[in-house]
Design a protein around this ligand. Structure first.
Ligand SMILES: Cc1cc2nc3c(=O)[nH]c(=O)nc-3n(C[C@H](O)[C@H](O)[C@H](O)COP(=O)(O)OP(=O)(O)OC[C@H]3O[C@@H](n4cnc5c(N)ncnc54)[C@H](O)[C@@H]3O)c2cc1C
Ligand code: FES
Length: 280
């Protein structure tokens, strides 16, 4: 069913936007950790995007995406007032949110938006939430203001030191773990970041949840595309995840599988750009 775009905010012009969609049925059921699958045209692929926020009373869901290839470029071409051909969800298992005391929520790049919804769930459950967010540089940092509204502690890092603390998110994470009393760590972001977070938390024995982003095709457990290895067992991220125990995930395999179609993805994006009237 066509899903209207109510509002669009260009968070990082040309790279990342936030869309607020009118999707009352999804908004009523969506919990932190859920995602949707969107399709822009009848012949097009479906792409998975995390639900970054919901407002059930207004029937709204929020998604935030990074423009990477053809499908996200097609999405970026839409404006408030346009509709997305179909939006299916909520999909996946919601985040397991329990009262564990202190939870450190680590977000990197576009993953900060997804982490924001999970952090909100932990805050509502009465946990003390520490948010550690990182981006390559200040202009690429998302959701800082939104997180400030409800987290108990916020640490901002940039790789180049243009804002907040210079360096990777794993440094303040390690310091906070050394201070003790942390019940759980949640990480959402690029695969290398989530793998590094899991290595930092491992010696502390702190439960670590990561949100995986393998290639998905149907999003409902039928195609096998989103296969990941967790604790030596095969799991389908769309129905068994997307969140898993970070200490059990085979990250090198995930990286290999994500890269499997890189050439075809680049070709498709290239063709799409050449077909555009302005040629980019
Ligand atoms: C559960 C889940 C939640 C996600 N949430 C977000 C989000 O909130 N915001 C966001 O920006 N991105 C999110 N992603 C990644 C997003 O789905 C891909 O960036 C998108 O599909 C890229 O499509 P494309 O055609 O623009 O690029 P393509 O040229 O097709 O691909 C570019 C890169 O995107 C990844 N990718 C491509 N197709 C898929 C696919 N079907 N499923 C997963 N990854 C793919 C691959 O790493 C690929 O190298 C999520 C992925 C998953 C699995
Ligand atoms: S996307 Fe098809 S099984 Fe998960």
């Amino acid at each position: 069913m066509p899903t209207p775009i109510l509002r669009k905010e260009r968070l990082i012009p040309g790279k990342t936007s936030k869309l607020v969609l009118h999707a009352p049925e999804i908004a009523a059921k969506a919990r932190p950790g859920h995602f949707v699958m969107l399709r822009m045209s009848p012949e097009g692929e479906r792409i998975p995007l995390t639900i970054a926020d919901t407002d059930a009373s207004r029937g709204e869901i929020t998604i935030v995406y990074l423009v990477l290839g053809k499908s996200t470029a097609l999405l970026e071409a839409l404006e408030a007032g346009d509709s997305i051909l179909d939006v299916c969800g909520p999909l996946g298992r919601p985040t397991k949110i329990e009262k564990v005391g202190t939870v450190i929520c680590v977000g990197g790049g576009t993953g900060i938006a997804a982490m924001h919804h999970i952090a909100k769930g932990h805050a509502r459950a009465g946990n003390h939430v520490v948010a550690v967010i990182g981006a390559r540089e200040k202009s690429l940092l998302l959701f800082e203001k939104e997180l400030m509204g409800f987290v108990n502690e916020l640490v901002v890092c940039t790789d180049d030191g243009s804002y907040g603390r210079k360096g990777l998110v794993t440094e303040p994470l390690k310091e906070r773990l050394e201070a003790g009393g942390v019940g759980e760590v949640v990480a959402v972001g690029p695969v290398p970041m989530m793998a590094a977070v899991a290595e930092v938390t491992r010696p502390f024995g702190v439960a670590t949840t990561v949100s995986l982003n393998p290639i998905m095709v149907d999003g409902i457990g039928m195609c096998g595309a989103c296969r990941v290895s967790v604790g030596g067992k095969t799991k389908f991220a769309c129905v068994d995840g997307p969140e898993f125990d970070g200490h059990q995930v085979d990250f090198p395999e995930l990286r290999r599988r994500l890269a499997a179609f890189r050439e075809q993805e680049a070709e498709s994006y290239d063709r799409y750009r050449k077909e555009q009237p302005h040629g980019n």
